[in-house]
Design a protein around this ligand. Sequence first.
Ligand code: SF4
Length: 254
Amino acid sequence: MSDKFISGIHNYCDRWCERCTFTSHCRVYEKTSNLTPEQEDINNKAFWENLTENFKNTLELIQKEAIKHGIDLSKPLSIEEVRAYKIKEEEFEIETDKNPIFILCKKYQAITMPFLNESEGMVDKARELLDHLHLGIHSEKDVVYTLADIGDCFRIIEWYLFFFEVKLKRAFRFKIEGEEWEVENGYPKDSNGSAKIAIVAIEKSMAAWACLYNLLPTCQDKAIQVLSYLEQLKRKALQEFPEAMHFKRPGLDN
Ligand code: SF4
């Protein structure tokens, strides 16, 4: 095994590989970015060979995890066990649905989705910038940079729109399961690592909204409303996972 790879880095990153500076140290990136045209073609044998290889690797990882937790995968689950698993999953969904953290996530998404779809405020801003360009108030360079900044804010908000909810759910799941094995064996708790990347994503979204507040005056009311949701969300996530920000993410935190 080459040691250029940082073990587990992909578990606590934001999966934005296009903007990641650790691509050469990431096994997931190596596996997903260097596909040949044949490996991307569903009608080609190479596609299925690559998929089989990925399944094999995933299965090995699952088997390792199962051994770690004392589960014998060779024994099929009984009907009772399957039923118990389903009930547990349903209870988890009900529990998280009424948790204020996930209620805030949903409220945030409900406001942000239409905002992004309609690119709200962009047309007004573009017109204003063009007027200013013609009047000589702004240079062409200013206009290009301002539009690029707005576009970047939209991309950041879009990227994290569902991301932090998914990561917070993962954090909750691990917390509910207890993480005894990790505690007993001296490993950091995954719940804290997942909560940390969720909080980092919330902070990045807040920075993007604050930037839009300044750049798109017509969207200021909306920006204030979502910033208030995100601030509450961050506070509640920190209350629920008070150790999260101390978690050292492999490769990403010093
Ligand atoms: S560590 Fe970087 S390259 Fe690897 S999956 Fe995460 S974002 Fe992508």
